[in-house]
Design a protein around this ligand. Sequence first.
Ligand code: AMP
Ligand code: TRP
Length: 334
Amino acid sequence: MSKKKLVFSGVQPTGNLHLGNYLGALKKFVSLQKDMECIYCVVDLHAITVFQDPIQLNENILETTAGFLASGLDPDKSIIFNQSSVSGHAELAWILNCVSRMGWLNRMTQFKDKAGADKEKASVGLYIYPNLMAADILLYKATHVPVGDDQKQHLELSRDVAQKFNNDYKCKDFFPLPEPLISKNISRVMSLRDGTKKMSKSEESDYSRINLKDSADEIRKKIKKAKSDSEPIPDDIKMLEKKPEALNLLTIYAELSKTDLKKTIAEMSGKDYSLLKAKLTEILIEEIAPVGKEIKKLLNDKQQLKKILLKGSEKANVIAEENLKNIREKVGLI
Ligand code: AMP
Ligand code: TRP
């Protein structure tokens, strides 16, 4: 068995890349590319599990690609491509649909959240989405998967699918069991308006999130309006857990200033939230505004972005085809 380490992760092209994507995923993608082989995918087939306007989807695929590059991903170091251009993802997903179990999918909380009250009306794609995610990872025999905490359950399913395939087809260790890489300090960035909900692309209010494309002015306004607390910042983490919006602001500040929450609380306790907000605004503008500017600049040359995706797809396809040949053989297909 090859013991080679390989990183794979994906981001859906559904618009509004935000601070949660940046701290939970993109920043980690960038640090991993320094010393590991990495494959990063714009997962367009995942996006269409919920209807997407075709023109908007096309734009969002390029914008997400620009977001990857603007955050620091380098197409000479990492393979960067869009999922639908490597047909092996869909082919392996079908095979894995036949390995995965209904009972496993029925436990997926993201499906329950996204499908809402009327599950009968959800697309079949949305239901089997975790099997496509398993296919994305296993197609490359990836060993490490950097994601935010919300993807933990899907990763566990990918491991179960890999293990069942290895057992069913009597090929121990054929698929490595992928390891999630989830940041301990900031696994889930929360909404600026409701600290019990994660920051999300689809939340109606734009004030709930910092978008990577936000200008310095927009960042300033959003942090000013962010929910906090009327009492000074407490010195006790237990107290803060009862104030999720305040805890979220402190956690984001700690992460961006490359320190930990404990030290940040020690620095800030007894002070007013306006001071934290001022410092947070400053550091956000310093780190996020240049990323947004770069995204906008990259979007001026869409042909170049398409070229990068095409080159990445060609590289990804070579690995995918080689692995698929063995997978088809294991299953008994001719
Ligand atoms: P998505 O935009 O849902 O495709 O997510 C892309 C990546 O960003 C995944 O690894 C997610 O786990 C991560 N992510 C999305 N939202 C958040 C958040 N609020 N906090 C931390 N990570 C997040
Ligand atoms: N499901 C992930 C999300 O919504 C995106 C994704 C698709 C992914 N395939 C993947 C992440 C494979 C990691 C590995 O964020």
